[in-house]
Design a protein around this ligand. Structure first.
Ligand code: SF4
Length: 324
């Protein structure tokens, strides 16, 4: 980690109050002491099963949601301490791409006008906006003539291109994408991933990509963080995580990738039972009810996230004996 990272977080803690029929309101822990950093020019992946807190983390890192405790720092300054002008710069420089771009588009606004909104905010005149709009639409593979159409006239893949174009129009330095391709067909997923990679180099971006699809993250990320029930259990360089993971949960996630290494029987042996509820996080190592290696210590003592060589960290009491 650099002394001053582009974007970082320290000890983020976030709970939500939830109520269910017949029960009083309870507290759901979405994030539990999560710290991370995103360096300039880096692509960071956040992986884990549904409900592990990765989307909450993305919103907090983008400044769209406040943590209960802990802080997000932009170039070393906590977001809460940014002045009005600095806060505006952060909000413009940090753009988010959502799983469902349709929900973030005004259905009554032509997509050219939606994409151009940041140009207007920046004070550009209409004649100045047109060539910029065409440049960005072409960059994401949209025909400039499509600018006059409305969101409901586009397919899911085209809407995601619109979402990316809209984010790029603000000239961001950080792009945070929450499951950007999970609702798309496989062939369209590849197109959108390739656009993101192209944009990263063309627009000199740093990216944080949230996905349950580890294979996609391995393809596009420099580093990957693995989350389980609101906590980081492993993080490290993408290639190393796949060639030499250091946590049984990561091992199980990799084994569950279709067509990679393992048989169905081996997968079920690696990952027991279903994900427990975040309303009642297991004591000790939160992964212990599903871990085939769990020993008595795992049920009582929470493993610390320990750094090994090359920025590779793991939170497992038995990491050394299991993975060498
Ligand atoms: Fe499994 Fe124990 Fe390691 Fe947790 S600390 S992952 S239960 S071996």
């Amino acid at each position: 980690m650099n002394p001053v990272s582009l974007l970082s977080a320290t000890d983020l803690y976030k709970t939500f109050r939830v109520s269910s029929q017949g029960h009083s309101t309870r507290s759901l822990t979405a994030l539990d002491r999560v710290s991370l950093h995103l360096e300039s020019g880096e692509t960071l992946g956040i992986a884990g099963e549904s409900g592990c807190g990765k989307s909450t983390l993305a919103k907090i890192m983008a400044g769209l949601l406040a943590p209960d405790a802990g802080a997000v720092l932009y170039k070393g300054t906590p977001l809460a301490e940014l002045g009005r002008d600095e806060g505006n710069v952060f909000r413009r420089k940090t753009q988010m791409i959502f799983q469902d771009p349709f929900s973030s588009l005004n259905p009554r606004m032509r997509i050219g006008d939606s994409i151009s909104e940041p140009f207007k905010i920046a004070g550009m005149t209409a004649p100045q906006q047109r060539p910029e709009l065409e440049r960005i639409m072409s960059a994401v593979g949209l025909a400039p003539e499509a600018a006059n159409r409305f969101p409901d006239e586009f397919s899911g893949g085209q809407r995601q291109r619109i979402g990316i174009a809209r984010a790029l129009a603000a000239s961001p330095e950080i792009l945070i994408a929450d499951e950007p391709v999970s609702s798309l067909d496989i062939s369209i997923q590849a197109q959108i991933i390739n656009i993101l990679l192209q944009m990263k180099s063309d627009f000199t971006l740093s990216m944080m990509i949230v996905s349950h699809n580890l294979l996609i993250l391995r393809h596009i990320c420099d580093r990957i963080i693995i989350m389980y029930l609101g906590a980081i259990v492993e993080s490290g360089p993408a290639a190393e995580l796949f060639s030499r993971c250091r946590h049984p949960y990561t091992e199980a996630l990799i084994a569950a990738i279709p067509g990679l290494h393992t048989t169905a029987a081996a997968k079920s042996e690696l990952l027991r039972d279903d994900l427990p509820s975040a309303l009642s996080i297991p004591s000790g190592c939160r992964f212990h009810p599903r871990c085939r290696h769990a020993v008595d210590r795992c049920r009582h003592e929470t493993p610390a996230l320990t750094e090994y060589s090359g920025g590779h960290s793991s939170a497992c009491h038995l990491s050394d004996s299991l993975f060498g």
